[in-house]
Ligand binder design. Structure first.
Ligand SMILES: Cc1ncc(COP(=O)(O)O)c(C=O)c1O
Length: 472
């Protein structure tokens, strides 16, 4: 037997007899090589072999860790297949119940839409807020009314430019979070009774927004990896003549789907051909795990038909409520709607973000956050693979912090949500994400709380609850 195989078997034995425990870190390659008198290459090949057997797991920049048991590979959820019908939306009560449950701090936040606040640079932000309040000039209150603080808009535009995306400061209207930006954009392009095309499943606040404005929803088949199906979208646009399409091109909530760049371009061309505006929700765009930020559809929009919305809520400062719209042809309308509804986003929040963004720590923070989230994704997927039943399907997103699961038929995730809440665990059941109550077996899991020691045990509890529901 070759040296590396013998060393791998020795380590496997230590795992089997419990000397090396689940979650324990193996010695670094250099350390093992020095201690055992083996070459680094031999140690590395042994580790790779154990990794291939599913006994250990490499975590980028942290080392190799023992895995609980060889994970059972789970399949991917299929592309959704809603019928091409327009539906009135009535989801308010269900959505409110979920949001009320996850607000309580003793609840394990698997149903939450936010990352752990402890992953965010709260101290630096507080410093920025204090400094900007000390410098606050009362005259600025007027200068920073909608469309918003000019320096903040310049800094946001600069970040887009840095990623090769042509957005000008003049194109931006600062809002109270992305949600307000999305709502104002929807209001700008629709009239009550109109139809809007959504992904299936879609972010539940899109359903709330449609309900509020008395709009009908058409849900279009969406692939958990590559996003909305363009042929189905084309057919739905021809059939329903919608006032708008509302979707997410990157790290879609809840699927985590990311449209390949060529499809984004095709999407913009398709909608331009039909003269239909696109409301693009890009709140997770900065949370990519790959080398570069996926370019939003806005980057391919040459005639102002894309209304692009984003915010700092998911990666920096949720409570500051600063978002923006780059609304193309509708910029002036959105600015007017913002003025008419609340005059402006809060001036201290705008100034604090100007101070923070000028400081230069944002890039470092984002790199660390992406790294942490990609590791968290892997450990939660591992836990799901260990504890959830065969037949569960799961996504593996390349950004953001949501997993989408489809449980075996017969498991209603609203029943699971109730059972989980009784154990102080929040969940987002699949029906939340559809106007038509589709996805009764679907589940969105937030993995953005890796610093919360309750999360992995909660996944094990869910596995047991699912077994219980399956036996009923
Ligand atoms: C997909 C999506 N869009 C928009 C928002 C709202 O973002 P903000 O907090 O900036 O209003 C959220 C937050 O949950 C979200 O998940």
């Amino acid at each position: 037997m070759t040296l590396y195989k013998r060393y791998a078997d020795e380590l496997a034995q230590l795992v089997a007899d419990g000397t090396l425990q689940v979650g324990e870190r193996l010695p670094s390659v250099r350390e093992a090589s020095r201690r055992r008198g083996l070459s680094e290459m031999t140690v590395l090949r042994a580790y790779h072999l154990l990794e291939a057997r599913g006994l250990i797991l490499a975590r980028p920049r942290s080392g190799y860790f023992v895995q609980a048991r060889p994970p059972r590979p789970l399949g991917r959820p299929p592309r959704s297949a809603p019928p091409p019908l327009a539906t009135a939306v009535d989801k308010g009560a269900q959505i409110h119940a979920l949001l009320a449950a996850i607000r309580q701090p003793h609840i394990v936040p698997l149903g939450s839409a936010f990352p752990s606040p402890r992953l965010l640079p709260l101290k630096a932000l507080h410093g920025a807020l204090n400094r900007s309040l000390r410098r606050l000039d009362p005259l600025r209150t007027v200068a920073d009314l909608s469309p918003g603080n000019p320096e903040l808009r310049r800094l946001i535009a600069l970040r887009y430019r840095g990623d090769g995306i042509a957005v000008d400061a003049d194109d931006l209207v600062i809002t109270d979070g992305a949600l307000e930006a999305l709502n104002l954009c929807l209001q700008a392009v629709t009239r009550p009774g109109d139809t809007v095309i959504l992904e299936s499943p879609t972010f539940y606040a899109a359903l709330q927004a449609l309900e509020r404005l008395h709009l009908k929803a058409v849900e279009v088949p969406t692939d958990p990896d590559t996003g909305i199906d363009l042929d189905a979208l084309d057919a739905a646009v021809r059939q329903h003549r919608p006032a708008a399409v509302w979707l997410m091109t990157s790290f879609q909530n809840p699927l985590g789907a990311t449209m390949p760049e060529a499809r984004r371009q095709a999407l913009v061309r398709l909608l331009a051909g039909h003269d239909v505006p696109l409301i693009e929700d890009d709140v997770y765009g900065e949370l990519y795990y790959g080398a570069t930020r996926p370019k939003p559809a806005k980057a391919f929009d040459s005639d102002g038909r894309v209304l692009h919305c984003a915010s700092f809520s998911k990666c920096l400062a949720p409570g500051y409520r600063i978002g923006w719209a780059a609304a193309g042809r509708w910029t002036a309308t959105v600015e007017r709607l913002k003025l008419g509804s609340s005059l402006s986003a809060a001036v201290p929040s705008q100034l604090a973000l100007v101070d923070y963004l000028s400081g230069g720590g944002y890039g470092r923070h984002l790199r660390k956050l992406r790294d942490t989230l990609s590791q968290a994704r892997d450990s939660v997927i591992d836990a799901v693979q260990q504890h959830f039943p065969a037949g569960t399907r799961i996504t593996r997103p390349e950004g953001g912090y949501f997993l989408w699961l489809e449980l075996p038929a017969g498991i209603d995730t609203r029943a699971l949500q109730q059972a989980a809440l009784a154990r102080d665990i929040s969940l987002a059941p699949g029906t939340l994400f559809s106007a038509r109550e589709d996805f009764r077996h679907g589940l969105r899991l937030n993995y953005g709380h890796p610093d919360d020691p309750r999360v992995l045990p909660a996944i094990a509890t869910l596995g047991a609850l699912i077994d219980g529901l399956a036996r009923r």
